[in-house]
Design a protein around this ligand. Sequence first.
Ligand code: CU
Length: 100
Amino acid sequence: MKSINRIAAALALTLGLTFGAAAAQSAPISGEVKKIDESAGKITLKHGAAKSLGMDEPMTMVYRVKDPAWLKQVKVGDKVTFEAEEAASGYTVTKMEKAK
Ligand SMILES: [Cu+2]
């Protein structure tokens, strides 16, 4: 009985994650690099409205980055596509790549 419950829970989790990824959190946002602060692990991005983050208007703001190595791969003025999530410590970029 216990193992069946565990399988059901795992299934529910998998489905939840799949739907979660398709919906709110992971809508890619287009932005432009305004400033890079490698020592602090932060990047300033100008971006359009990002409904998934509750940002209804374009803005310029500072984000932490999940992987500091990303800060070496872009420079001020680059156009990027990124995903972010709100954490206790502030907004964190969870995915970032140069826009083509
Ligand atoms: Cu913002």
